[in-house]
Design a protein around this ligand. Structure first.
Ligand code: NAP
Length: 298
């Protein structure tokens, strides 16, 4: 069976930028520059942003590197997102946290991101969360305008239900869906998110693929203890680290989901990259699934 498909391609891992700046590692320009260069040297060239990261500061901090090192831009793909309006001193006219997918907001956000990155195109532009009031035709017109003017190359969504994607895809091509998926967040397997993307040729990407670091913590939640113990024994079996195992679990799915890794440490990114060929058995995949739900499958 043939699937409608997009030409959008990702590097084997996508680097999440949410924790690089004020919401995490507090990198300065030099640290961003070194981080970006090392990722590119490893062959990881996709960077995932959102306008809101660092309360509207991370895009511009990252972009500061591109301002002085213009040659780096062609070596990377930039994803960014719009549609969440945070209350922030950096965007004082937002009075209430809300979603906005009006054409005016989409275009204004894209232009703002272009300025932040000192670039004239965004590779992939996403609507960050589904706006209950979304008008699919209006979104399509805004996306069309941005594509026609070369300001964005591909368009996608994040955290949408299959129904919301189905509606929107009647008006505009969705190239990517970015959703939460990990050993502690199994919903996409059960709510048709993955199936819908697979069937529609929409590229799947997984945010928080390492469960946002939950299994690495010393004060791990009670509900995750058995899962962690099991994962540790499987790490021994496959002779790999926990992060490699968690990524192997995601990559076992035949729909080829690309993880968006949130680590701010190059050594960890390099180690996950090195372990990408680790394959776990189907039984072990299901053992992890069942340890996560705490019950045997039907
Ligand atoms: N679309 C959306 O709604 C949405 C929502 C959330 C996130 N995102 C995107 O997804 C990206 C990834 O999300 P995430 O950061 O939650 O992903 P993640 O990869 O699941 O978690 C990253 C966290 O795990 C920690 N970690 C990783 N390996 C570790 C290890 N071996 N030992 C101890 N700690 C370890 C990292 O700390 P270190 O930095 O110290 O390694 C970091 O705090 C974000 O950057 C963002 O781009 C999208």
């Amino acid at each position: 069976m043939s699937h409608p498909s997009t030409n959008l391609q990702f590097s084997p891992l996508i680097i999440g930028t949410m924790r690089l700046g004020q919401w995490g590692a507090q990198m300065d320009t030099k640290a961003y520059e070194s981080f970006i260069e090392q990722c590119l040297d490893l062959g990881v060239s996709d960077f995932d942003h959102a306008d809101i990261y660092g309360s509207y500061t991370t895009e511009a901090e990252f972009g500061e590197v591109l301002r002085s090192r213009t040659a780096l831009r062609q070596k990377m793909q930039i994803t960014t997102k719009c549609g969440i309006k945070l209350v922030s001193e950096n965007w004082p006219d937002h009075k209430l946290k809300s979603y906005d997918s009006s054409a005016k907001h989409i275009i204004k956000s894209a232009e703002h991101s272009l300025k932040n990155f000192h670039t004239d195109y965004i590779d992939l532009f996403l609507i960050h969360r589904p706006d209950f009031l979304m008008n699919p035709q209006e979104i399509a017109e805004a996306v069309d305008q941005l594509k026609q003017s070369g300001k964005i190359r591909y368009f996608g969504v994040s955290n949408f239900t299959p129904g919301q994607m189905k509606l929107l895809s009647k008006y505009v091509q969705i190239d990517n869906h970015q959703y939460e998926f990990s050993v502690t967040h199994l919903d996409p397997l059960n709510d048709d998110t993955i199936n819908f993307c697979y069937e529609s040729g929409i590229k799947s990407t997984a945010w928080s693929p390492l469960a946002a670091g939950a299994l690495f913590k010393d004060n791990i939640k009670q509900e995750h203890r058995a899962l962690k113990e099991l994962c540790k024994s499987l790490c021994n079996k496959y002779n790999c680290s926990l992060d490699v195992l968690l990524i192997a679990w995601i990559r076992k799915h035949p729909s080829r989901i690309t993880p968006i890794l949130g680590s701010t440490k190059i050594l960890r990114i390099a180690s996950v990259l090195e372990g990408l060929e680790t394959e776990i058995s189907t039984e072990d995949w299901y053992t992890i699934y069942q340890a996560s739900t705490g019950k045997e499958i039907a």
